[in-house]
Design a protein around this ligand. Structure first.
Ligand code: WTA
Length: 640
């Protein structure tokens, strides 16, 4: 058991190993009673009497369906009775000398009411979809809560996506309203959010009729009469009651990449998602009333939804929200913020840990981290070396590390160790959270027992599960429930050890995980072939020291054209324009042809192996239409 790291003594207060055993067993034997009990973490207008009502064939999922509640009330209003003066948000700006803004729960309430009134003044009604394209500022969280307050459905689009990508997401859910800011700031770059919103709305066929603009940097931006409104002009303090929502009313849509086609808008509903994020936050982060929590994720991702906006606030936590980046003004920025705000629980992505590890320990040790008591990671597999550095250097060997595996589709944490309760195994996420029934299957769908490696499925529903893909339930069924009938398929490969610990090995579909961000290879390919000189493109992942995976693009050009550095630069620009900087190709490999079977199917396995520089194990290439191509591809491999 030497690969296991024992938890420090006496960290646990919310759940011991024995508590976990008992609760986990009960969550499987009696899920409805178990989850109806945990549903009491929330205030309900009508308490639910029903637990899970679900089937994976046909696919219909509901939890707490006869309950009514409002999640904004639960995240904000209900804390006014005993936590009005407790700090809810501590905003740390991009620039270390900038102004910190602290909001108590009472002040957060006032701000959410002002935002909700502004939305109503703009014409937003219950059920309307509202697109957020925001920097990481207080108003981002406030806008999400304001939507929840009035029963509108938020769709947050990460501020790093391009106007084209934003427009696609606005159109897909037929959103008539956008909330944005003049500009955002990340590191030494201003992010022209309002300019991008204008490009998205003006140059595409959207039905946007109202744009609410938060003044953040004070940049001069164009305002279109009748459509664009400054937040300060529409905000007002009058009463704005919380709309009673059914547990299964939509709370939000969040777009994420899959292996085929356009990004999918996963739909999460109110009651189950609220219970899941409230419960997982309490246990996974062992939350105590005087903790200062900090999750470094942007609200544009699911991590920012579940562990910035909902999980912490539903628990009445105090938390830092950070506008900046880990390496500005220097590589000690995270630890300087930890010291400044006395952060006790810190949650970030492996890619950030790897990038900071490379810069040496001095950036860490220069700052006092004695406030830290718990560390977490999410978004991609963490290599044991980075895990150990995080544990030993950042956490001084005294803080448990939780490696939390979950997905946009799962709503919250699914696999993790519980801090203090469980021994940790660097590189392994660990054990299933309450109610989670993982199963490993082989390619034929045969269940694997004991220590094994296979494809990770979940065999029963849990409250935080996404209910559908907005507007396309067939695609939801097809994507997640058709590969293995009757099971939710995660698209992740996974190993289980003799102790029952789960280690995620990575995606087994055509999704690349770049710095913890999901990118569909098909999306990047579609962006590349839009260039007039490109004939065909095939995109695969390769291992990348910092980003986890990098984007490797094989490109064929139209007859008579030759690749060049200039053209490669143009193609990178093309992808940034279509999707955004997160999708920027790392390597562009011009080739005269792509390896295809005689029936014309691209053999991605070969392309992956070559990109990974693993040509020793190319496997059978005899079915290729042109077997000699393989040598030319190996020859032309782009490195660095
Ligand atoms: C990967 C992020 C290994 C995985 C919350 C999953 C992880 C995808 C981990 C979901 C982890 C997430 N260890 N891999 N702890 N957490 N992943 O939807 O491949 O942005 O399928 O959700 O990230 O990414 P998503």
């Amino acid at each position: 058991m030497s690969e296991f790291v024992q938890p420090p003594q006496s960290t646990v207060t919310n759940c011991t190993a024995q508590d976990y055993e008992a609760a986990y067993a009960r969550s499987l034997s009696d899920p409805d009673v178990f989850w109806l009990e945990h549903a009491q973490r929330l205030d309900w207008i009508t308490p639910p009497t029903k637990g899970g009502e679900w089937s994976y064939d046909p696919v219909e999922i509901a939890w707490f369906a006869d309950g009514t509640l409002n999640l904004c009330h639960n995240a904000v209003d209900r804390h006014l009775a005993d936590k009005a003066d407790k700090t809810a948000l501590i905003f740390e700006p991009n620039d270390p000398d900038g102004e910190v803004r602290t909001l108590t729960y009472a002040q957060l309430h006032a701000e959410v009411v002002r935002m909700a009134n502004a939305l109503k003044a703009m014409g937003v009604t219950r059920g309307a979809r509202v697109t957020l394209y925001m920097p990481m500022v207080v108003e981002g969280v406030v806008a999400m809560l304001a939507c929840a307050r009035i029963g509108a459905v938020h769709s947050v689009v990460f501020g790093g996506f391009s106007p084209e990508a934003l427009a696609g997401r606005i159109i897909d859910c037929d959103s008539e309203f956008v909330i944005t800011a003049d500009e955002g700031r990340r590191g030494n770059k201003p992010i022209p959010l309002k300019v991008s919103v204008d490009a998205a709305v003006d140059e595409h066929d959207t039905r946007v009729k109202g744009v609410l603009v938060v003044k953040h940097t004070g940049a001069d931006v164009a305002m279109k009469d009748g459509r664009d409104h400054w937040y300060a002009d529409l905000a007002s303090d009058g009463d704005c009651p919380c709309e009673p929502m059914n547990a299964e009313d939509p709370l939000f849509i969040l777009y994420t990449s899959g292996s085929t086609g356009k990004p999918k808008g996963l739909l999460h509903t109110t009651g189950g998602y609220g219970v899941w994020t409230a419960t997982t936050f309490h246990y996974v982060f062992d939350h105590q009333p005087d903790d200062i929590f900090w999750c470094s994720a942007d609200i544009g991702w699911i991590t920012g939804h579940s562990y910035v906006t909902y999980g912490p606030l539903l628990n009445g936590a105090s938390q830092v929200i950070f506008e900046g980046v880990p390496n500005y003004p220097d590589h000690g920025r995270f630890w300087q913020v930890v010291e400044k705000h006395k952060v006790s629980i810190f949650y970030t992505a492996p890619t950030a840990i790897r990038a900071l590890m490379r810069e040496g320990d001095d950036f860490v040790t220069a700052h006092d981290r004695s406030s830290l008591r718990l560390l977490g990671t999410v978004g991609e597999p963490i290599n044991p070396e980075a895990w150990r550095w995080y544990h030993r250097v950042v956490g001084e060997g005294r803080c448990p590390v939780v490696d939390t595996w979950w997905q946009t589709e799962t709503g919250g944490v699914m696999l993790t160790t519980l801090p203090g309760a469980h021994a940790m195994k660097p590189g392994s996420a660990g054990l299933p959270f309450f109610g989670v029934q993982p199963q490993l299957v082989d390619a034929e769908g045969q269940m694997l027992e004991g220590a094994a490696e296979g494809n990770l499925c979940i065999t029963s529903s849990w409250p935080g599960q996404a209910r559908t893909i907005y507007g396309d339930h067939d695609r939801f069924v097809q994507t997640y429930f058709s590969t293995y009938k009757g099971k939710y398929f995660t698209s992740d490969g996974c190993q289980r050890d003799a102790q029952g610990y789960y280690r995620i090995t990575g995606r087994v579909d055509d999704v690349i995980n770049v710095s913890g961000h999901r990118m569909g290879t098909a999306e990047v390919e579609s962006a590349l072939v839009l260039h007039p000189k490109v004939s065909e493109a095939a995109v695969v992942a390769f291992p990348h020291d910092i980003k986890g995976q990098g984007i490797y693009c094989y490109v064929t050009l139209n007859a008579g054209l030759e690749g060049s550095d200039d053209l490669a630069a143009e193609l990178r620009q093309q992808v940034r324009k279509e999707i955004g900087p997160v999708a920027t190709p790392d390597r562009i490999h011009f080739t005269d042809d792509l390896p295809k079977t005689r029936s014309g199917k691209i053999m991605r396995r070969i392309l992956r192996k070559i990109a990974e520089n693993d040509h020793g194990s190319l496997g059978d290439t005899s079915t290729l239409a042109d077997p000699s191509l393989v040598d030319r591809l190996i020859e032309g491999r782009v490195d660095g």
